[in-house]
Design a protein around this ligand. Structure first.
Ligand SMILES: O=C(O)[C@H](O)COP(=O)(O)O
Length: 249
């Protein structure tokens, strides 16, 4: 028996369009992002891929996207599970800063090391800084020494995988069609795991906003088709290029 897993990065956010590093800052979708989330619903419906359970992060852009995508295919009533472990990568002291300005100031190599290297985290954020979430009540249950002040992708893999194993895998094994509505880098971490992508090669993988990526998984929860399948491959390719080029304008 195979399992059905749908990964969905939130639609474009207010800060995506302003080209700002976002990370754990809780910004909402912009109008385009709302449209993308509604379009994701249409894509799911057209393939009869109707989720029976949804997992989201604790950030409103993913929560809002999940709601719109589910509402649009009449699945607004399914069980929802949320975890900080699906949050975007914590972008440390870069949160709130403009990507093009950071690229200009530090150069392409450092900029890309912070964005896409596997194990170079951006600088730590000050705990009480303007864009810090250290004292946000939604993370009160996360032990203080596990509440990140910055993260590289390796850190995201380390905090996301326990949730995959403890909460998502059991739903897949129970036969659910699982929707994971999350973020560019938490989904890169999950795709790295699913497709067994090397630490070097993951640098080249970008996830577009708002386009469902469907994986059929075998009994060992390995993809039947490596890389899965975007429900709108053309739009996904354009979206991936746009993400790759962020900071260049
Ligand atoms: O947190 C952010 O700024 C993004 O949404 C993900 O950014 P990245 O593609 O620059 O890693």
């Amino acid at each position: 028996m195979t399992s059905k897993l749908i990964l969905l990065r939130h639609g474009e956010s207010e800060w995506n369009s302003k080209n700002l590093f976002t990370g754990w800052v809780d910004v909402d979708l912009n109008e385009k992002g709302v449209g993308e989330a509604k379009n994701a619903a249409a894509l799911l419906k057209s393939e009869d891929l109707l989720p029976t359970v949804v997992h989201t992060s604790l950030l409103r852009r993913a929560i809002h996207t999940a709601y719109l995508a589910l509402d649009g295919c009449d699945r607004h009533w399914i069980p929802v599970r949320r975890s900080w472990r699906l949050n975007e990568r914590h972008y440390g002291s870069l949160q709130g800063l403009n990507k093009a300005e950071i690229r200009e100031k530090y150069g392409e190599t450092q900029f890309m090391a912070w964005r896409r290297s596997y194990d170079v985290p951006p600088p730590e954020i000050e705990k009480d800084g303007e864009f810090s979430q250290f004292n946000d009540p939604r993370y009160a249950d996360v032990p203080a020494d596990e509440r990140p002040l910055h993260e590289c992708l390796k850190d995201v893999v380390a905090r996301m995988l326990p949730y995959w194993e403890s909460d998502i895998v059991p739903d897949l094994k129970d036969g659910h069609t699982v929707l994971v509505a999350a973020h560019g880098n938490s989904l890169r971490a999950l795709v790295k795991h699913l497709d067994d992508i090397s630490d070097d090669d993951i640098a080249g993988l970008n996830i577009p906003t708002g386009i469902p990526l469907y994986y059929e998984l075998d009994e060992n929860l390995k993809p039947v088709v490596k890389g899965g399948r975007y429900l709108d491959p053309e739009a996904a390719e354009a979206g991936q290029k746009a993400v790759a080029n962020q900071g260049k304008k």
